[in-house]
Design a protein around this ligand. Structure first.
Ligand SMILES: C[S@@+](CC[C@H](N)C(=O)[O-])C[C@H]1O[C@@H](n2cnc3c(N)ncnc32)[C@H](O)[C@@H]1O
Length: 209
């Protein structure tokens, strides 16, 4: 399946990276997917389209995001939520009348899958502790890029690995966010999990073995 952009912003914009990402998910055929860091919901929609193609209605997607920039989360890297393309700006302001970086706009983008989707507005440092991770078989970790947040997120997702699931971390080699690599490397060394660095160093795929 080809990764589509749905006239919005996404972190998987580099040529071929979105397709690579979808092919990774296709290999594991997860039924219960968690994305930490939904942003405009482009990856969410692509994942739902793929899981629907594989499982029909028998899948769940949970998406979690702050959906706002606050003082408390200033040290996280939040991509510029504004469009450079004036056409896109006008489309969201005058036609959709939405902020694409909002819970409502992402809900709207995913409405085709409303029975399968659960979106949460909140901080992963608090929310992940409340999710039953034993049900989840695939995590795309692309939320806060601060060292402490990545470390917490990985710790809170450990049951996924123990149940033979996968955590795919984005931005392993992102120079502007060295905390991502540091947190992942420490987690792998401490727990002796298997970690494959793939897609030109972009993703770290963590599995039990
Ligand atoms: C790189 S973007 C995600 C891009 C998205 N996964 C995609 O493929 O298009 C990172 C997102 O993480 C969110 N974020 C940052 N810190 C967070 C936190 N502590 N808890 C939840 N979400 C967070 C930001 O609001 C932002 O939307």
């Amino acid at each position: 399946m080809k990764y589509k952009k749905y006239f919005r912003k996404t972190s998987l914009k580099q040529k071929g990276h979105g397709d690579f990402f979808l092919s990774e998910i296709e290999k594991e055929t997860p039924k219960f997917f968690l994305e930490v860091g939904v942003f405009h919901g482009v990856t969410a929609r692509n994942v739902c389209e793929l899981l629907h193609e594989i499982h029909k209605d028998d899948f769940k997607y949970i998406g979690l995001d702050l959906f706002e920039e606050t003082e408390e989360t200033k040290k996280e890297i939040i991509p510029n939520t504004k469009f450079n393309n004036p056409l896109k700006q006008m489309y969201f302001k005058y036609i959709k009348k939405q902020n694409p970086y909002s819970l409502d706009a992402v809900k709207d983008l995913l409405k085709k899958f409303e029975k399968n989707v659960h979106l949460i507005k909140g901080n992963s440092n608090l929310i992940l502790k409340k999710i039953d991770m034993t049900k989840i078989d695939y995590v795309f970790l692309d939320g806060g890029h601060d060292y402490d947040t990545v470390k917490n997120d990985l710790i809170n997702c450990i049951d996924v690995i123990h149940k033979n699931g996968t955590i795919l971390c984005d931005d392993y080699n992102l120079g502007s966010a060295p905390g991502v690599k540091k947190a992942i490397d420490e987690y792998i060394n401490l727990n002796k999990f298997n970690c494959e660095i793939i897609c030109d160093g972009r993703f770290a795929k963590i599995q039990y073995k």
